[in-house]
Write a protein that binds this ligand. Sequence first.
Ligand code: HEM
Length: 332
Amino acid sequence: MSIIELLASFSLLAISIFFYLTKNNKSRASSKSDSNLPKSYPLIGSSVAIFGNRKRLIQWTSDLIRNSPSATVVLHRFLDDSRVVTGDPANVQHMLKTQFQNYEKGSKSRRALFDFLGNGIFNIDGDSWKFQRQLSSHEFSTKSLRKFVENVVDTELSQRLIPILSAAAANNAVLDFQDILQRFAFDNICKIAFGYDPAYLLPDLPEAEFAKTFDEAAKISSGRLISVFPYLWKIKSFLNIGSEKRLKEASSQLREFAKNIIKEKKQQISKNSSLESVDLLSRFLSSGHSDEDFVTDIVISFILAGRDTTSAALTWYFWLLSQKPRSGEGST
Ligand code: HEM
């Protein structure tokens, strides 16, 4: 499987997890593959199987769609809260392109992710989504942002990643490469989104408060989204206990941190308005979007967007290389 195919299937899975099946769209899903589907019971649906596979959800759902003739399955959950998981490109095109307007993220997903993502691009529908999308597309198409991204990644590579790998090679040391690539991606995306360097990829592999808090908020929020009994997190949130208490703390720490950076950026921009070599946040602020909640939400979504995706893709890439270390030999 090529890296492109790998990325495509990764993308399809990521997309499908976020799309709930509305009643009207249920008929679109295939029921041909009943024999492959987990047992579904009245009221609780397939909650038992979903709970049993909660720690390997991506692997499990990948297996289900791989064994389905239509590459699409419907998972019934508690109280008929059903979801479609698809790996069929035609379905993805239908959801993301031709009938995009019918596939809003919806209120359940919005509520589950709101504490962490607020009204950021990953958690908003309609006009506000369109506006953020246009704003982002515009910035990403500018030469100056591309140049900035190139510089950031070059610096992180030459000053951090390569020296760490060289030292490990010279000392015959073993590294947790997945952790290294997560640190690499996190440094890059924070510099690109915020202009802030968390210095997470250093030889002593430090704990970085911001990275840890971000990770915790992301994990607890996605736990809400895939929770078999969604009422449970709502009760915990109401009582402000356990993981829900921690999510509130983590989200407010992230926001406070972002707001401090925004204040600093505003001061910098008032002194120097050039956009030649600056991060996304400065660009949004310079183009007149000074509302702190608005820019905080955008930037948090961007960090989430660029963090696990890039590191997962790189990890798989190196894993594939490691499986066939000599396959290029003799071809040149
Ligand atoms: C290998 C790396 C990546 C993969 C596989 C990936 C995959 C995806 C997928 C599947 C979506 C959902 C598409 C949709 O809903 O239309 C998405 C959305 C998005 N991605 Fe990425 N992504 C990657 C890297 C990045 C990076 C580095 C950034 C930003 C710096 C980024 C920014 C975004 C944004 C802003 C959206 C939301 C688009 C929207 O809702 O309109 N992504 N990405």
